[in-house]
Write a protein that binds this ligand. Structure first.
Ligand code: ZN
Length: 273
């Protein structure tokens, strides 16, 4: 069962990646600072390191933890007696809310920010950025995930559904694409769109420290962290990335050293809603 789900996740991940890569080559909205082959080789290296780390250290223990929590009958979802599609859909919504708070913590807690700034150190924003995470961030976030699992108690299927949804949504909202204003305005009220998330990657902190949502954009609205809407024209020409070290072209090894680098250590200012 889990092997099938895992294969399904891989197929969705690879299909999504190549679909968004193709679409953004045809309809890109920002000129990149690096040629495609440089971005591809750099981020393929990071993806390989991350996949090996997660597979070796996290994947099996997390699955065993889901099964153990299920056997013990722990978690709010089980206490509520949720089953079938009710449980799958509610689990994705609730786990996405946890993800929102975790992402916000990554911007507010200095230790977590050291790792998360590796993701934000990209001066470009496209589907490759969705691969660009420091392995340390992925390993630390798996501990947070273990806590969510015991609090909520999702089924193994709901967990895979959530993970698949996160990866496809991350590929979509990091893509170098944009939508017509009317669609953007309506869609971004429900889910995180590429423009909604592009604001989160701006150098300007009044945008970069907002729009934390991953799948559903409603969390930023509910919790007062939504950035002011910008039109496609207003967004054009604004710098992506972090203020310091913008001239540095990162290699995979440089990215791994990001947590010990002094640049961009400044904590983003607190959100005011
Ligand atoms: Zn972030």
């Amino acid at each position: 069962m889990n092997i099938d789900l895992d294969t399904g996740r891989l197929i969705v991940f690879l299909s999504g990646f190549f679909i968004f890569l193709t679409v953004e080559q045809l309809f890109s909205v920002r000129a990149g600072t690096l040629p495609l082959y440089r971005r591809a080789t750099l981020h393929a290296g990071i993806a390989i390191v991350n996949t090996v780390c997660v597979r070796l250290l996290v994947y099996v223990p997390l699955l065993m933890w889901i099964v153990y929590v299920e056997q013990m009958g722990w978690g709010v979802a089980r206490w509520l007696g949720l089953v079938g599609w009710q449980e799958f859909i509610l689990s994705v919504i609730v786990l996405d809310a946890f993800d929102y708070f975790w992402h916000r913590a990554n911007h507010r807690i200095p230790f977590l920010w050291r790792f998360h700034k590796a993701h934000h150190s990209d001066n470009d924003l496209d589907v490759f950025t969705a691969l660009r995470f420091h392995p340390g961030e992925l390993l630390i976030s798996s501990l947070a995930k273990a806590i969510w699992i015991v609090i909520w108690g999702p089924s193994a299927f709901a967990w895979f559904l959530f993970e698949i949804s996160v990866s496809i949504c991350a590929q979509f909202h990091h893509s170098n694409i944009d939508m017509p204003e009317s669609i953007e305005q309506q869609l971004s009220k429900i889910i995180v769109t590429p423009r909604f998330h592009a604001l989160h990657h701006l150098v300007e902190r009044e945008y970069g420290d907002r729009n934390y949502s991953t799948i559903f954009s409603v969390w930023d609205r509910f919790f007062g962290t939504k950035a002011i809407h910008l039109s496609a024209t207003e967004l054009q020409g604004r710098e992506i990335g972090l203020p310091e070290g913008r001239d540095v072209v990162l290699s995979a090894s440089e990215l791994l050293l990001e947590p010990i680098k002094r640049r961009n250590l400044l904590l983003p200012k607190p959100e005011e809603s």
